[in-house]
Design a protein around this ligand. Structure first.
Ligand code: HEM
Length: 398
């Protein structure tokens, strides 16, 4: 459809400033109201803030390309080169196929019992203390244990992964204080992976071994092995940690909803999707336009960096009723917190399995969750999550 030309919507908001990262939602609402596509004067970039257009852009890799990387800074995007995130079909199709079998429902079904057992034990060991930090003692520990195990890493290789994943996500944003502070860590990630992910160090049934085998067969370039593994490590860690931590905070802030889940644990899946919608752990990624794109009469020029704001799309009142509320029965399966289209989260089945396991164990073992202090936010240019979440819980017997 042809639209009449509109005045160019612009905004001076800095989406990566500390105060905005603490509470991005007022700024995101302003952007949604400013227009369907908004030029950010603080950066050399545009943003798509409304649900309809974010989803359409995610489905349109020909005009919204990932090939230059999905961060803002070219100098850091080059580090993503050769990875599944920073590619378009047909390269992307090849890279994505390497681990798709390991992450397919059939392979995941075999992991369910093991993951549930790890979750049950970890939750039992933690909640017995009565008061604990739901992020450092639970939300962070669980995915790192699971993902490192699946990759096939030795025990002692796990801890540093957490620091690196946080640093890597900061480097997807513009160059600010946070990016600068993370630089050494982001650079160390690839160095670390190169040393740790040598064949002798890896379990033969793990993901890393499968990636090496794909390179041996010539399915992917040998130079893609480390970036590809890096993408899985980075993508699978902080996102899941934040998702679990954010959900426990929502439980603590909505005791009635928590009791609803205890009464009917089959609502857990719906509640987790609602948490992803409301507090999207990955707030957005960039694309680069390959040609001018008309969005309801606003033309985004060719070769332009465009932030697809999942956080904004997921709270757009053009799409959602009462978008600011945590409604455990809403089951918002079409949110974009896990992306959509060819780059839609490759680990979403695993992410859900992990979250359902750990949150399910909590709901079964704990009759109430209360805040025991102020939650501390972990500011990151891309991810939204907590550094610390002190809670007091009541277990069945007490
Ligand atoms: C709740 C937790 C998670 C969230 C919120 C999340 C979010 C996302 C999002 C939004 C994307 C799309 C990126 C884009 O459009 O450019 C993505 C892609 C991806 N995710 Fe996840 N993710 C999660 C967990 C995981 C896990 C557990 C893994 C694997 C272990 C994983 C692996 C990946 C990979 C490899 C991609 C790139 C896919 C591609 O480019 O084709 N993610 N994720």
């Amino acid at each position: 459809m042809k639209h009449a030309s509109l005045p160019l919507p612009t905004s001076g908001v800095d989406l990566f400033a500390d105060d905005v990262l603490h509470d991005p939602y007022p700024a995101l609402r302003e952007l949604r109201d400013a227009g369907p596509a908004v030029r950010l004067t603080a950066y050399d970039a545009w943003v798509l803030p409304r649900y309809e257009h974010v989803r359409a852009a995610l489905a349109d890799h020909e005009r919204f390309s990932s090939a230059h990387g999905v961060g803002y800074e070219d100098q850091f995007n080059v580090r993503q080169k050769g990875s599944v995130l920073a590619s378009d079909p047909p390269d992307h199709t090849r890279l994505r196929a390497v681990l798709s079998e390991k992450l397919a429902p059939k392979a995941l079904a075999k992991l369910r019992t093991r993951i549930a057992a790890i979750a049950d034990d970890m939750v039992a060991d933690t909640v017995v203390r009565g008061s604990f930090d739901a992020v450092t003692d639970l939300a962070a520990l669980f995915p790192v244990t699971v993902v490192a195990d699946l990759i096939g890493l030795p025990e002692d290789a796990r801890d540093p992964l957490l620091t690196f994943a946080d640093g890597a996500f900061n480097s997807f944003g513009p160059f600010n204080g946070r990016t600068a502070a993370s630089l050494p860590m982001a650079a160390q990630l690839s160095e670390y992976l190169t040393t740790v992910m040598v064949r002798d160090n890896l379990r033969p049934d793990g993901w890393a071994a499968a990636v090496y085998e794909a390179a041996d067969r010539g399915d992917i370039e040998a130079s893609s092995v480390i970036p590809l593994l890096g993408a899985y490590v980075v993508a699978g860690m902080d996102t899941t940690i934040n998702a679990i931590g954010n959900t426990i905070l929502l439980f603590a802030r909505h005791p009635q909803s928590y009791q609803e889940l205890r009464a009917d644990p089959s609502l857990l899946g719906s509640a987790f999707e609602e948490s992803l919608r409301l507090e999207s752990p990955a707030q957005g990624f960039f694309r680069r336009t390959t040609q001018p794109v008309d969005i309801e009469g606003v033309t985004v020029p060719a070769d332009t960096k465009v932030l697809l704001s999942f956080a904004s799309a997921n709270r757009d009142d053009r799409k959602w009723e009462r978008p600011e509320e945590f409604l455990v029965r809403r089951n918002p399966v079409d949110h974009v917190a896990l992306g959509y289209g060819v780059h839609g989260c490759a680990g979403q089945g695993l992410a859900r399995m992990e979250a359902h396991a750990v949150l399910g164990a909590l709901v079964r073992q704990v009759s109430s969750v209360e805040l025991a202090g102020e939650p501390v936010r972990k500011l990151n240019n891309v991810t939204r999550g907590l550094a610390s979440l002190p809670v007091t819980v009541r277990t069945q017997g007490r």
